[in-house]
Design a protein. Structure first.
Length: 535
């Protein structure tokens, strides 16, 4: 620029008209083209000072924040000042020592200048909002701008570029070496583990081949994660070496550090909740242990409660355990990380909907199972008959009851079907009194009933598993037109062998009657009327 008094006066007028922190300028030598618009008075500036801020950036480096105003948003101020500082750093004629501040009472602010060119202003109200003196804030920002100019010119020097290229080559070699080492280490670990435990069985339950496959999966996942992090770290180092890619390097760093920082902050924020959850878990575990001990003592007969049977102890414990765990989950739910998020609530609602749609029959079976437990119609090992199915009870739970038939067939019956049908227990009464086996035959009136009684009693006494005391007895259950129905009743203490006992009893009845010459049959007679004979 020409150094004359007229031009100096013109520039000074322009400086007094500046109200924002920035006025776009291409260099210290290109700021004299147009005058800025008139600035509002100090009262308007104070009222227009906003709370939003924006960061002034140069070459990817953050310098300082500026406030917004109603007539100039913070982001526009920051962008304009960033461009002005960048042009200042590129200008070979601009020197860092030419930066200075001039206070202007008209706008109640301090002008930031490079030589005779205005870069921007610092409002008194802005400094007051930051708790600083206007001149102090102006000098602070000038020092930041001065250091940014020095750093920018140093970064773009030929010596810095050469050093950056060398460091980039070294970083590339280090990355390649690390990738090769990680790949070889992964292969060696997999081969070593496969050779040592691939054909063995650990703890008599865990197959070595299965463990090797699991380790391969985990090892590859760790290997893939390490490669991703190494590549991202390499890109961050590489891009931070060159001044043209400083801003991109910051973004790559955020990709790497952002998730970790977010996760770490969330983890630290949830530490009190973790302590509370741990306390709930400890209280729940010790409560369950105490309840388990109490019902185990009842099952062993060491603790007796009037009207409470020992076989009720285990199912009652299971029900109480479910209630305790459910109550603990309800208490702990608000302290579970993410429980208040909409995604968590949506998943909870979805799971509740699935349970409500598919649990109607399951809940009916559960309620029936609980009723059957406390009705005590049968126990594990009892020989029972449900409908047409006869067998021994081998398992029962809240949903189903499993029966093994005499032919070793395993039948699973829903508890709702059991509760709605008839249950015959052949074993329960046999624990205190013996089971009575009974079968019937029909004999004509021509055979004396005393003879029939004797033959049937002899057949029962000679049958295996039939008790001699109490003695078998015969009942005449019906007097039909042509025959009498006799029923033999015999006691046994082996209800599980009922089918074989019945078969042997029937054989003995046939043998005894054949030896006595009595035919087992139901005689029928036909009488022809005289009218029919005449015809």
């Amino acid at each position: 620029m020409k150094n004359n008094s007229l031009l100096l006066a013109f520039i000074w007028v322009v400086c007094l008209a500046i109200s924002s922190l920035l006025v776009p300028s291409s260099s210290c030598l290109a700021q004299d083209q147009n005058s800025p618009p008139d600035e509002p008075d100090s009262a308007a500036v104070a009222a227009a000072l906003g709370d939003s801020t924006a960061m002034v950036v140069m070459g990817g480096q953050e310098l300082f924040e500026v406030h917004s105003a109603s007539f100039l948003p913070a982001d526009e101020r920051a962008a304009s000042l960033s461009q002005a500082i960048l042009d200042l750093a590129k200008s070979v004629k601009a020197r860092p020592e030419d930066l200075h501040a001039v206070h202007d009472n008209r706008i109640k602010g301090t002008l930031l200048m490079c030589g005779k060119v205005v870069l921007g202003s610092v409002w008194d109200y802005e400094a007051e909002a930051l708790g600083m003196e206007p001149n102090e804030l102006a000098q602070q920002r000038l020092e930041i701008i001065r250091q940014a100019m020095v750093d920018y010119r140093h970064d773009f020097s030929s010596g810095s570029i050469i050093k950056a290229v060398i460091f980039a080559a070294v970083a590339t070699v280090v990355l390649i070496v690390l990738l090769l080492l990680i790949s070889r280490l992964r292969t060696r670990l997999e081969n070593t583990l496969a050779n040592r435990i691939g054909n063995k069985t650990l703890f008599k339950i865990l197959n070595g081949e299965t463990l090797v496959n699991v380790f391969h999966l985990v090892n590859r996942l760790v290997h893939f994660s390490l490669i991703i992090w190494l590549v991202l770290a390499y890109l961050n180092v590489l891009l931070s070496l060159f001044p043209w890619t400083y801003s991109i390097a910051a973004q790559v760093y955020e990709y790497v550090a952002g998730p970790l920082r977010t996760f770490g902050a969330a983890l630290v924020a949830q530490i009190p909740s973790f302590f509370f959850l741990a306390l709930i878990v400890v209280i729940t575990v010790f409560t369950l242990r105490g309840v388990r001990f109490f019902f185990n003592e009842i099952e062993r007969g060491r603790i007796k409660l009037r009207g409470f049977y020992s076989e009720w102890s285990r199912p009652t414990f299971n029900i109480i355990r479910l209630v305790i765990v459910a109550f603990s989950i309800v208490v702990a739910f608000p302290y579970i990380p993410g429980s208040g998020s909409m995604a968590f609530k949506g998943v909870t609602i979805f799971m509740g909907l699935l349970v409500s749609l598919g649990s109607s029959s399951a809940m009916a079976n559960i309620v029936s199972g609980i009723i059957l437990i406390y009705m005590r119609p049968f126990a594990i090992g009892d020989r029972i008959q449900i409908g047409t199915t006869i067998g021994d009870v081998v398992d029962r739970n809240l949903l189903t009851t499993r029966i093994r038939t005499p032919k070793n067939e395993r039948v699973t019956i829903p508890n709702t079907n059991i509760l709605s049908g008839q249950i015959i227990n052949f074993t329960a009464k046999a624990r205190t009194t013996n089971l009575i086996l009974h079968t019937s035959i029909t004999i004509g009136y021509d055979v004396p009933w005393r003879q029939v009684h004797g033959l049937m009693i002899d057949a029962a006494k000679s049958t295996e598993n039939v008790l001699p005391d109490p003695e078998p007895f015969v009942l005449q259950t019906a007097l039909h037109d042509f025959y009498i129905e006799y029923e033999i009743n015999a006691y046994t203490d082996k209800p599980r062998q009922t089918p074989a006992t019945y078969s042997k009893l029937h054989q003995n009845i046939q043998d005894k009657f054949n030896e006595a010459g009595v035919e087992i049959m139901s005689p029928h007679f036909r009488v022809n009327r005289r009218d029919d004979l005449v015809k």
